[in-house]
Design a protein around this ligand. Structure first.
Ligand SMILES: Cc1cc2nc3c(=O)[nH]c(=O)nc-3n(C[C@H](O)[C@H](O)[C@H](O)COP(=O)(O)OP(=O)(O)OC[C@H]3O[C@@H](n4cnc5c(N)ncnc54)[C@H](O)[C@@H]3O)c2cc1C
Length: 443
């Protein structure tokens, strides 16, 4: 591979991890980030405060030897704790004993990745450098420094656009012939709120992802290391129950009392936060190709998905691992990048589709008796036939060697089989004695 100087746009989660991968292979990497150095400012102007990290993300971190560093700042969540309208709760395990997804602060994770990358002499970070223009023919990048107002240009051998959902590299590609681009917004927005620690203690079970499923809207809460929880309220922008209709102190309080009473009682700063924290939008972006000459897209810049499977960052980390595999398998950048985009695009599309669908699972189905029975039966089938029946959630979350598109494909077959099983007369009473073998053989 002839290109020795690589420039990465964006020191977000994926850009920082990609720099570690490249440096491990001996490339000199410059990372340009429009924001200030989060390690110095100690403030992180990110979107969601904490994220769920699962096995695809862990595998990508392990391959560059940094998973243990990140484990130290993560909290395992073994299941979802469903909070019903009447105040009852129910823990639904995510997988087998010991299987968990991990809550990690976006700011801490990003800071740790940058610190780890920066410890390698081959990686240099340039903060406050906003990329404003890219010439795709010459690979010339133009920057403006937000503190000095100074303009600069560079001409790297290879450019990696890890600059997120509103990528400047992708904007440049959009002006090229036959570039496909599709973007849509969910009718829902989200707002972040907090359940603070009480005397340094968690006020809810810390090893669970809490969900208050209410059909067209929901509240979720993930634990932080300091005993607090970051809550995210997903709600339509407009309509009867919507952000647009929550405009007075009284109706905000009434809405929370009616729908999330147990959480409401743990949120002393609710009104202050509700007023202060923005409503952010949820966008899905797909595009192709991801490669143009010596520039290419990765992470959210290539595929931005809605957050309901907790997989956006995990998919971006997986991009880094697969790109590394391609560098093992091919010798020219042309082949590496071509095979990278060809292998990743169907998987990016599959996880986008799965994430879209999972909104209904999270906001509605988890509270549905038939769905809960299905989960129990699937758990039993997985225990009886671990190689033949792997539930969709397990394939996506805990099986990094099953691709997203395989998971989607197998998941559709499982849906059809489970429909039949759930229609067996008396299934509610008898499922624990049944072996479901005939259904497996038809798979
Ligand atoms: C509400 C919500 C919850 C989520 N929860 C999860 C979850 O639980 N699990 C999960 O896996 N994923 C989750 N995600 C998705 C996850 O946040 C993204 O997939 C992930 O942040 C993508 O990382 P990235 O590095 O590609 O992009 P980003 O994190 O957006 O980073 C891009 C970086 O590029 C910089 N940049 C942008 N433009 C320029 C420019 N012109 N010049 C220089 N720098 C630039 C930005 O400042 C930023 O630092 C969630 C997303 C949302 C919105």
């Amino acid at each position: 591979m002839e290109n020795k100087n690589i420039s990465i746009l964006g020191a977000g989660l994926v850009g920082a991890l990609a720099s570690i991968y490249f440096a491990k292979r001996g490339f000199k990497v410059d990372v340009f980030e429009k924001r200030p150095d989060f390690r110095i400012t100690n403030s992180y102007g990110g979107r969601s405060i904490n994220l769920a990290l699962s096995d695809r993300g862990w595998l990508a971190l392990e391959q560059v030897g940094i998973a243990e560093n990140i484990k130290k700042i993560s909290i395992p969540m073994y299941g979802r704790m469903v909070h019903y309208q009447d105040g009852q709760t129910q823990l639904q395990k995510y997988g087998l004993e010991g299987q968990a997804i991990y809550s990690v602060s976006r700011g801490l994770l990003n800071t740790e990745l940058i610190t780890l990358a920066d410890s390698n002499d081959l990686v240099k970070f340039h903060f406050n450098e906003k990329c404003e223009h890219i010439d795709l023919h010459t690979n010339e990048l133009s920057f403006v420094n937000s503190t000095t107002n100074r303009n600069s240009t560079i001409n790297p051998d290879l450019v990696l656009g890890a600059d997120g959902a509103f990528s400047v590299l992708r904007s440049a590609m959009q002006k090229t012939d036959r570039f496909d681009y599709h973007q849509w917004y969910l009718p829902h927005g989200y707002k972040e709120l907090t359940i603070p620690a009480k005397n340094g203690e968690y006020q809810l079970e810390p090893n669970a992802l809490h969900i208050w499923p209410r059909g067209q809207f929901m509240l979720i809460a993930l634990p932080n290391l300091d005993g607090s929880f970051t809550c995210t309220l997903f709600l339509p922008y407009e309509g009867t129950v919507s952000f647009a209709n929550l405009h007075s102190t009284e109706n905000i309080i009434q809405f929370f009392k009616d729908n999330f009473l147990d959480a409401f009682e743990l949120m002393p700063q609710l009104l202050e936060e509700f007023e202060h924290n923005p409503v952010s939008s949820l966008v899905n972006i797909s595009c192709y190709p991801w490669v143009h000459n010596r520039a290419f897209l990765i992470g959210d810049a290539a595929h931005s998905i809605v957050p309901f499977y907790g997989q956006g960052m995990n998919a971006g980390f997986e991009d880094c691992r697969i790109l590394n595999d391609m560098m093992d398998n091919y010798n020219s950048w042309e082949d590496i990048l071509e095979n990278f985009q060809k292998s990743r695009k169907p998987n990016a599309d599959a996880i986008a589709e799965l994430a879209r669908r999972n909104f209904v699972e999270m906001s509605e189905l988890v509270a549905n008796k038939r769905f809960q029975l299905r989960k129990k039966i699937e758990g039993r089938m997985n225990t009886l036939y671990p190689d033949q029946w792997i539930p969709l959630y397990t394939m996506v979350t805990f099986s990094p060697h099953i691709s997203y598109s395989q998971a989607l494909h197998k998941g559709l077959k499982e849906d059809a089989i489970m429909e039949k099983i759930l229609n067996i007369p008396g299934i509610e009473e008898n499922w624990q004695e049944m072996d479901f073998k005939e259904y497996l053989d038809n798979k």
